[in-house]
Design a binder for this molecule. Structure first.
Ligand SMILES: Nc1ncnc2c1ncn2[C@@H]1O[C@H](COP(=O)(O)OP(=O)(O)OP(=O)(O)O)[C@@H](O)[C@H]1O
Length: 229
C-alpha cells in the first residue's frame, strides 16, 4: 500500500480540554486507486489530509508513505518524504501571479535542485497531460479557473509523487469544469499509478472514484461509490 494510516489519533488543544479531530482512523490506498473523502464540515477531512501529507504529526498511530514509516520521523525526514513522494493540490490554485504556467512548474523543480533541462521537458509533458499544450506561456490571469486548477495539478506532479492529496478541487469551478478536473484526476491516477485521496463536497465527483471514505466526528467508514450506470 502506498498510503497507509493505522489507528491514527489526532487531537487539538481546546481550552482546558482536547478535541479529537481524528479518532482511531485507519485507511490504505493502493497505487492506481482514486479515493474520495466526504463528510460534514468539521468531521476531520482536512485533518486527515494534513496527516497524510506529513504536515501534522498525530498523537498516536502509524503513517506510512511509499513504504516509509513517517509517524515517528523528525521534521527533516518528514519534509524529505513529502518532497519526494507526495503531491498536494489545494482548493485554490494559489499560483504565483507573475509566472507563466511553465514557470509555475519549473519553480518546483528548481527548489528540488533538478537540472533545468530535464525539468523543462517534464513540465511540458505534464502541461500536455493536463490538456494545456499551447498555454505554457500564459499567466494565471490569462487562464480560466479550470485551467488554473489544471496547472495546479500538473505542478503537484512535478516531483513524480506516488501519493496525490487533493483538497476540494472543484469548489471554485462550475459543474462542467469541475467534472473535467475530476476526470483528469482519475486518468492521472491510473496512468501514473498514484494513490490519490480527494476531499470533496461534490457528489457528482464520486462517480469517478474507486472508493468513498466517509468521515463523521473524526471517524472513518468505507463504502462503495455510487455508479453512474
Ligand atoms: N489547528 C486547529 N486547532 C484546533 N482545532 C482544529 C484545528 N484544525 C481543525 N480543528 C478542529 O478539528 C475538527 C476537524 O476539523 P477539519 O478541518 O479536519 O474538518 P473538515 O471535515 O475538513 O471540515 P470542513 O469541511 O469545514 O473543511 C474540527 O472540530 C475543527 O474545529
Amino acid at each position: 500500500m502506498t498510503l497507509k494510516l493505522t489507528d491514527v489519533v489526532l487531537t487539538y488543544p481546546d481550552g482546558d480540554r482536547t478535541l479529537t479531530a481524528l479518532d482511531h482512523v485507519s485507511l490504505a490506498v493502493a497505487p492506481g486507486e482514486f479515493a474520495a473523502v466526504v463528510g460534514p464540515s468539521g468531521s476531520g477531512k482536512s485533518s486527515l489530509l494534513a496527516v497524510a501529507a506529513t504536515l501534522v504529526t498525530p498523537a498516536s498511530g502509524g503513517v506510512s508513505i511509499a513504504g516509509q514509516d513517517v509517524s515517528r520521523a523528525g521534521q527533516a525526514a518528514r519534509t524529505k518524504v513529502r518532497r519526494d513522494h507526495v503531491g498536494i493540490v489545494f482548493q485554490q490554485a494559489n499560483l504565483l501571479p507573475s509566472l507563466t504556467a511553465l514557470d509555475q512548474l519549473l519553480v518546483m523543480a528548481h527548489l528540488a535542485g533538478e537540472s533545468p533541462r530535464t525539468a523543462a521537458e517534464r513540465a511540458r509533458e505534464l502541461l500536455l497531460a493536463v490538456d494545456l499544450g499551447g498555454k505554457e506561456h500564459k499567466r494565471p490571469h490569462q487562464l480560466s479557473g479550470g485551467e488554473r486548477q489544471r496547472v495546479n495539478i500538473a505542478r503537484a506532479l512535478m516531483n513524480s509523487p506516488e501519493v496525490l492529496l487533493v483538497d476540494e478541487p472543484t469548489s471554485a469551478l462550475d459543474h462542467h469544469r469541475g467534472e473535467r478536473v475530476v476526470s483528469l484526476l482519475a486518468d492521472l491516477t491510473r496512468k501514473n499509478d498514484l494513490a490519490t485521496v480527494m476531499v470533496t463536497h461534490d457528489l457528482a465527483a464520486l462517480a469517478a472514484v474507486d472508493t468513498v471514505l466517509t468521515m463523521s466526528d473524526g471517524r472513518l467508514a468505507e463504502g462503495t461509490p455510487p455508479r453512474a450506470h
